[in-house]
Design a protein around this ligand. Structure first.
Ligand code: TRP
Ligand code: SF4
Length: 338
């Protein structure tokens, strides 16, 4: 068999792992930013997708009550969006204890300096100043992430720009392990998603905490109302004022959900004041709604059968465990722990 981007020389599919913290329900930005990047990988790679609840605990340990329901919501969002349990291994991190064992073993060889130097560490300490994050677990967040990835000897990790430092650290850890104990881990590569991101309805970065996000499962009538009052190019104060779609937060949605003809119609009509913003937003809302409808329908179906979702996650955990257990046998043996 020939070597391709998706398979190594032995013809085995390359392994992909990614994860998300269950800290809230997903929004349209997560769909376009992350999930739409994962979904096509299922065809070509051996994919593992983890709901990383222990990572949620590193910041929310003092109020873990909502994590459980967020796990369920996240599983529904993933399945609704098109993660396919027949092709991918979908599981909850805490159901696979090998992640914890590998995290512990890796922690022995990770220099503290590497962790203090991770840019997101100090940043998050500052941003989440309402929480006491001067903890061992929070400092070790990237080691736990490295364990997630290395437990499957994953080769490709689809993530956003903000995760590059964590991936770099994972590679450093793998390199250090291999040089001390012998080659056990491949060095995983980040597969960065395209940067085109959807802004929130107020024009800032779409984020649940800003209250500007369009939820994946949002009522479509409410969604239309919020789009109607969405921020546009401030130059278009009156209907007769021409605008520039490139500075308007509505336009990225067109670029994502509208046809080429519609995008050209918006571009022209906006610059020439030939169309009104409400008209423009109406077309966008129609297209977004058409995109979300089948996702919401599938979500409702799964939500009506929680036992099915539990079974999917249970099967996923079993498959993940088998793989991770094999890695851990190799790790223990390399470290002389058998
Ligand atoms: N740190 C990642 C984030 O915040 C989540 C994550 C945890 C992850 N473990 C992972 C991502 C392993 C990729 C691979 O988005
Ligand atoms: Fe934005 Fe459309 Fe209005 Fe132009 S016409 S400013 S792209 S909403």
């Amino acid at each position: 068999m020939s070597e391709t981007a998706a398979s190594g020389s032995a013809g085995r599919k390359k392994r992909v792992l990614s994860g998300m913290r269950p800290t809230g329900t997903l929004h349209v930005g997560n769909l376009v930013g992350a999930l739409d990047n994962w979904i096509p990988m299922q065809d070509d790679y051996d994919c593992y997708f983890a709901i990383v609840d222990w990572h949620a605990l590193t910041t929310d340990y003092a109020s873990p009550g909502s994590i459980r329901s967020y796990i369920e919501e996240m599983a529904l969002d993933w399945l609704a969006a098109g993660l396919d349990p027949c092709r991918s291994t979908i599981f909850i991190q805490s159901a696979v204890k090998e992640h914890a064992e590998l995290h512990l073993l890796l922690s022995m060889l990770v220099p503290l300096g590497w962790l203090y130097r991770v840019p997101t560490y100090k940043e998050q300490l500052r941003e989440l100043s309402g929480k006491d994050l001067e903890t061992y677990g929070f400092l070790g967040y990237p080691v736990l992430q490295a364990a997630d990835i290395l437990a499957y000897r994953a080769e490709i990790v689809p993530v956003g720009e903000d995760q590059v430092a964590h991936l770099e650290l994972t590679r450093e850890i793998a390199r250090r392990f291999n040089s001390i104990y012998g080659a056990v881990f491949p060095l995983p590569e980040a597969r960065l998603r395209p940067v085109a991101r959807l802004p929130g309805v107020d024009g800032r970065k779409m984020s649940k905490s800003y209250g500007n996000a369009i939820g994946l499962n949002e009522n479509l009538a409410d969604m239309r109302k919020r789009i109607a009052t969405m921020v546009t190019d401030p130059a278009r104060r009156r209907r007769s004022d021409p605008g520039n779609p490139e500075v308007c937060p509505v336009f990225p949605f067109h670029k994502t959900f509208s046809t080429a003809e519609q995008i050209a119609w918006v571009d022209q009509g906006c610059r020439s004041a030939g169309i009104g913003c409400l008209e423009c937003k109406g077309v966008m809302a129609d297209n977004l709604a058409a995109h979300l409808e089948p996702i919401q329908a599938r979500r409702a179906e799964y939500a009506a059968h929680p036992e099915q979702v539990r079974e999917i996650l249970g099967d996923g955990a079993q498959r993940a465990r088998r793989q991770a257990a094999e890695t851990l046998r190799g790790v223990r043996s390399a470290m002389g722990l058998e």
